[in-house]
Design a protein around this ligand. Structure first.
Ligand SMILES: [Zn+2]
Length: 412
């Protein structure tokens, strides 16, 4: 069964894709970006249980991506069910294909349940995916099933999008029920770098003043602007009442999905908490990497932990909080850590320095600190952990991902 077709624009290039059935009913629906620099479309998804995979597979959903596209992201929103892109082609070229790896994982694990193949897949992730066809957990996406899973182009200089018919098939690890939409966000060519709109939602009792917020946003603006990254656009301030200002991490998805009256269309949510109960040292958390854009889902937006930014005298370190927000926004818009804690995993950019544990772990504790990596990427905004100095460096490749993200729009 096909997803219901909402648009009217036929996508000529769709005829070049290799769908086994129904060449002539495969219209690409139009993305609502006929005018302006950015647009969104929400398309229904229909799911069918696949006993062989132990999962639910969607009918293909097709969206027309304009030729002057700069960035595009798709989010598979099926409520609380974990989803992923199973396969995606753009103008007939494979963007991601996890089918073969999944079939292999399903065979090897015998009777498959949602959770068993999820684990098994990691053992077989390096097999079964043809060369040149990125599957799951592979560069440049490192895509995996998660709530409101999002796939984005570009993730680096080699994965910039092109125009044509974007053909997406999804998989749900948990029962999606009848729910499901594919949310598409597209940014088109613009003359300037654009701005990011933010909806700042402070949990009542979190104790952040407007003056402190202005300083924090000033840090974000300076970090991005000094590298020709996106500026800040419309920033709205909201207070969420009647919830614990110190949520547990597992409470965050529910808070992210709360609809906000007066929400700016396309704005990125910033949740501000007094603390994270059970995780007092976690500075902040992005909802996804990349996260859903312009949508209220359990993975939307960035959460900040004020308590982790206060000293013994309750003073708020606004510079660190600003860097945390800029860092988490970086994740939400598609940036990985330049170097992970183990000093063995690095991002997907060619122009970011890396900090190899074998060369820079001076105290031999198995992790690389910002101080140990100061001559490499210790000062990069996307280093994995905070340091005793400013971390505001960004490479041109990293900035390119930020400015192409559909989270940014052309400023008026
Ligand atoms: Zn991070």
């Amino acid at each position: 069964m096909r997803g219901r077709l909402l648009g009217i624009a036929m996508c000529g290039s769709c005829l070049g894709t290799h769908q086994p059935d129904g060449l002539f009913d495969d219209a690409c629906t139009a993305v609502a970006v006929d005018a302006g620099s950015r647009g969104f479309a929400t398309l229904p998804m229909t799911w069918t249980r696949d006993e062989g995979l132990g999962a639910w597979v969607s009918a293909p959903v097709r969206v027309n991506v304009p030729d002057d596209v700069r960035g595009v992201s798709v989010t598979l929103d099926a409520g609380a069910a974990r989803t992923a892109v199973l396969s995606a082609t753009l103008d007939g070229r494979v963007v991601l294909d996890a089918r073969q790896g999944l079939v292999l994982a399903a065979r090897r694990s015998g009777r498959v349940t949602a959770d068993s193949w999820f684990d098994t897949f990691f053992d077989t992730a390096d097999t079964g995916v043809p060369e040149g066809f990125p599957g799951w957990n592979a560069a440049p996406f490192f895509h995996l099933p998660t709530v409101a899973a999002t796939l984005q182009l570009p993730m680096n200089a080699r994965s910039r999008p092109w125009g044509g018919c974007l053909d997406v098939t999804g998989v749900a690890v948990d029962d999606p029920g009848d729910a499901g939409t594919l949310r598409v966000a597209v940014q088109r060519r613009a003359d300037d770098v654009g701005v990011l709109d933010l909806d700042v939602v402070v949990l009542e009792g979190a104790d952040l003043t407007e003056d402190q917020l202005a300083q924090v946003l000033g840090v974000v603006d300076t970090v991005y602007a000094s590298h020709d990254g996106p500026g800040l656009g419309t920033v709205q301030w909201f207070t969420m009442q009647g919830v614990d200002p110190r949520p547990r991490l597992r409470d965050l998805p529910g808070l992210r999905a709360v609809p906000i009256a007066g929400h700016t269309d396309g704005a990125t949510l910033i949740l501000v908490a007094a603390g994270f109960t059970g995780s007092p040292g976690t500075l902040g958390l992005a909802g996804g990497l990349p996260g859903p854009l312009g949508a209220t889902t359990p993975a939307s937006g960035v959460a900040l932990n004020l308590g982790a930014h206060r000293d013994a005298d309750y003073r708020l370190d606004v510079r660190l909080l600003g860097e945390t927000l800029a860092h988490e926004l970086g994740h939400q818009l598609g940036l990985f850590h330049t170097t992970e804690a183990n000093g063995r995993s690095f991002d997907v950019h060619d122009d970011t320095p890396t900090c190899d544990v074998d060369l820079f772990d001076d105290d031999r504790d198995g992790t690389v600190s910002a101080e140990e990596c100061v001559s490499r990427d210790g000062r990069n905004l996307m280093f994995w952990t905070a340091g005793d100095f400013a971390q505001d460096a960004l490479s041109p490749g990293q900035v390119d991902v930020l400015v192409r993200s559909p989270a940014t729009r052309r400023s008026p």
